[in-house]
Design a protein around this ligand. Sequence first.
Ligand code: PMP
Length: 466
Amino acid sequence: KASAGPSKYEVSAEAAVDLAKRHLIQPWPYSGSIGTEARSLIGSGDGIYIHDGEGRRLIDGPAGMWCVNAGHRREELARVMYDQAMELSYNTPWYTMNSPSAVLAERIAGHAPGDLRHVFFTTGGSSAVESALRFMQFYNNVRGRSEKKLIISRGGAYHGSTYLSASLNGRPRDRDWMDIAGGLVVKLTSPDPFRRPAAMTIEAFSDFLVSEFEETVERLGADKIGAFVAEPIQASGGVIVSPPNYLPRIRQICRANDILYISDEVVTGFGRLGEIFASESVFGLSPDIITFAKGVTSGYFPLGGMIVSDRLLADLRRSNHPDAMYAHGLTYSSHPVGCAVALANLDLLENGILDHARDVAPYFIEEMKTLEDLPLVGEVRGIGLMACVECVADRESNNPLQLDIEVGKRIDAHCYALGLLVRPLIHMCVMSPPLIITREQIDDMVAILREGISRTMEDLRREGVW
Ligand code: PMP
């Protein structure tokens, strides 16, 4: 075990499992096991590896939840959290401020495209998206456009677990048993080229998506639509790489119709695509608001935020309502410990990790793509250091496998036994390793994934379900 030694609060793996089953509600539980469930216990982490309760070493394939970008157990990050907490562990952002948040805001603004120069800090991605949506509502209220509030989102999207952010989520599973602010949100087709109508070229698919957007604006009226929200790459939807040029075209239509373009870079930001922000550098678009979280602290502290353009704030200052309040703020907005660790993390990204990520990304994608020779695999797609293996029932039709086979979970179980943590998504597996992964480690990861998929194929054949 590579940890620096057990923490004061560590108990045996058995005891932890027992306590969790009795007292811990895990995220995303099923009603049949809520409050009684134990999951794989992770005891420690080191670089791209984590160690489970039984001391098994696993490659952290999803980098936690696409967040441990700088890798586990970085002393530089741990130290700065200790130092900052010893200096100032908290201050109320209501009527005081701290220095790390101001320095971080300037550093982040320096990386953001266009005139996105003002940063509001939150506690994570959901609260970042929520803040951006409430900002849009406030912005339009202050400008006397209180009817202009509809939000356009897309199938396959994931934007969070708070009420309004979750209302944007596109996957049916996320909505089946949960209420949403339905009347406020309009969903468009997922820009998933793999699932585009048969016989449609990518260009025609792109045209279709753009005209769907135009028709929606026409039908509902630009005076009713406040924002378009999109991940540059749909992450939890299965690493959906949309057709080239589609997002910039949507961006133009937004600009022409006074619709705020909110780019959700919670996953793509802070290095996953080799850049601090990908909106402009990778996708050629300059949004009105960018939301970020996860990689901003490499997962060492819960922090997120939104970056708002100069233009929007100037509009507010010029409005007829100088006393209108953006009544929105979190106890932990601008948290000094979070902002300090984010600064140390930015140092790491700027001084080597981004270069490394750009260097290994093509190799990562190329190696992942070799899995396409396995008959269960319909497609491997990806960009930067994020990729997805999509399994299909048969490769002629590309029809999906039956939901109840949960092929992603099966692959995950085999890979886990072989030393790799996978992020299963129904019939898909996502890989988004820490950005520090080397070529040799990529080889190990892909070899295990290949073996895990092969074993899954054998199981499915034996059971006669594939
Ligand atoms: N936006 C995107 C694109 C995400 O992937 C996520 C989390 N997976 C969120 C928002 C929500 O972030 P959080 O879980 O930190 O609230």
